[in-house]
Design a protein around this ligand. Structure first.
Ligand code: BG6
Length: 506
């Protein structure tokens, strides 16, 4: 295993939720697997006033609670590498202190000048922190590389994303900036590339000649939990579609890259985004659905509606469900509809890509054929990660009854293969300087360009209603109407990939 060069990892927002749930447990998992450099220091930075020891104890608890790896034996050794310094994000003096702290850690641990700054902070300080770091020279690479990791959302719409880009690129280069989209860190999302481009059997069919339509779903059973404040200014379109779902669209629809170089892969994703057919104002009503969950009973328990959640306006117009139908205007996909949907408080947590192939040109068995019996390839991103192919088979016995059967592969069948969590993979890539699985500025801007008209229309046009749906259901009542064609509807997934009958475990 190639180990990254020695460095200091600085996390802004170190007292926050993401640090304790994902970042530090992932760094610990890397430590246990000996994937950290020999000389490594983690410096937590945020507004709270902790001592090093208090920070270490909090992180120790987090590693145990949010366990990413089954080995607690090395926690004490790991937390010795953790340090903390409080900061007020926009106070210049504090950055001088930060610089001194970094310098003294460098000397003490011999990590040299390589430094990563991870912004796990509220988005309103994504501009100011890099500026302040620049003011004390912490963007300069003469004594070692400096990298800036930025969480989503990168901007709020096209205009604000352009502003943020201009601000950052004044002092930092594109190569120094890593925009995290944790979906790209998921093993099964990366497997989209491998499935498509390492098999001779799929690629010839992967186009408008054989594919009828493509569906991408990312359903969550949880509500907004304690994030009402953030979610109110975001909504499902900004929170999930602009980043995660469009990246999955990119990997599903892209042309084969010329190599596995970061720029080759990102160029192909960018081309897909550039080919997204822009929505005209009057098309948005018929091609998008927005919904918001209302209070209901799930498994006998009363569940709050979105408007009753903490931090949410009781008259909120924020969508917790979004579904879109759109086209990719290029040679491969001309005329093939893409449908994507995401929502909170749906019946189960599932992310999957469903490729619906066209019907056979002549239906020999038409009399017996059930509706919707065309071949489907389901790429399950989570949970029960795997791939399922559905095809027609003769029911044994007289005549020619056709039944749908499944051919399935589950990742869980691979013994002794640990699926590394997304953040573990991505943090390690930032240490190695590999930006393949990070969104580039131009991709992010194209994604905003595509969605900003929808955001504006949803905000201003009262003809596109915000529809309520009871928590625990598959979204607004008429969500199936978006899918064109007689009897067609969304694929309703179950917890287990291969269980897709009427009754299934959710
Ligand atoms: C985050 C969103 O980016 O992704 C959350 O902000 C969402 O609202 C989460 O719950 C979903 O991620 P995953 O990995 O659980 O599908």
């Amino acid at each position: 295993m190639y180990n990254p060069e020695n460095h200091i990892y600085v996390i802004f927002g170190a007292s926050g939720d993401l640090t304790k749930r994902k970042l530090v447990p992932a760094l610990y998992a890397l430590f246990v697997q000996k994937m950290l450099p020999e000389k490594f220091v983690l410096l937590g930075v945020s507004r709270s006033d902790f001592s090093d020891d208090e920070f270490r104890n909090r992180m120790k608890e987090a590693i145990i609670k949010y366990k990413e790896i089954d080995d607690e034996s090395q926690i004490d050794k790991f937390v010795k590498k953790l340090f903390y310094t409080p900061i007020s994000f926009d106070d210049e003096i504090h950055y001088k202190n930060l610089l001194n702290k970094i310098k003294s850690l460098r000397e003490e641990f011999g990590t040299n000048g390589n430094t990563i700054f991870y912004l796990s902070t509220p988005p309103n300080v994504y501009g100011i922190i890099p500026q302040r770091l620049t003011s004390v020279g912490l963007n300069k690479q003469d004594d070692g590389w400096k990298r800036l990791i930025i969480e989503k959302p990168f901007g709020y719409d096209l205009e604000s994303a352009i502003k943020l880009k201009d601000l950052l690129l004044k002092d930092w280069t594109e190569e120094q900036i890593y925009r995290i989209d944790h979906y790209l860190g998921k093993e099964t999302v990366q497997n989209l590339l491998v499935t498509r481009f390492s098999n001779g059997i799929f690629e010839p069919l992967w186009n408008r000649n054989y594919i009828h339509h493509i569906e991408i779903t990312s359903a969550e059973s949880i509500g907004v939990e304690k994030r009402g404040g953030y979610y109110e200014s975001s909504g499902a379109l900004r929170d999930m579609v602009q980043n995660h779902l469009l990246q999955v669209v990119g990997l599903t629809a892209m042309e084969p890259p010329s190599s596995l170089e970061a720029s080759a892969i990102r160029n192909e994703i960018l081309k897909v985004f550039q080919s997204l057919r822009p929505f005209k104002k009057d098309e948005i009503k018929n091609n998008t659905i927005r919904g918001q969950y209302t209070s209901s009973k799930i498994k006998g328990e009363v569940v709050k509606g979105y408007r009753q959640e903490e931090g949410v306006n009781p008259e909120s117009q924020t969508e917790t469900y979004a579904a879109l139908k759109f086209y990719i205007d290029n040679w491969r996909w001309g005329g093939v509809p893409f449908y994507i949907r995401t929502g909170k408080r749906l019946p189960t947590r599932v992310t999957e890509v469903v490729i619906h192939f066209k019907e056979t040109p002549h239906f020999l068995f038409a009399k017996h054929q059930m509706n919707n019996s065309c071949n489907m390839l389901i790429i399950r991103i989570q949970p029960d990660e795997g791939i399922l192919l559905k095809f027609g088979m003769k029911t044994p016995g007289a005549g020619f009854e056709v039944q749908n059967v499944n051919m399935d592969f589950h990742y869980s069948d691979l013994t002794n293969q640990r699926i590394p969590p997304a953040y573990e993979r991505l943090l390690h890539d930032t240490m190695k300087g590999d930006s393949t699985l990070f969104a580039r500025t131009d991709e992010v801007l194209e994604a905003w360009k595509f969605l900003t008209p929808v955001l504006e229309c949803w905000k201003n046009d009262k003809n596109v209603p915000l529809l309520g749906y009871p928590a625990g259901t598959w979204g607004p009542e008429h969500a199936d109407d978006l899918i064109e064609g007689d009897g067609r509807h969304w694929h309703y997934p179950c917890k287990n990939l291969a269980d897709d009958g009427v009754y299934c475990e959710l």
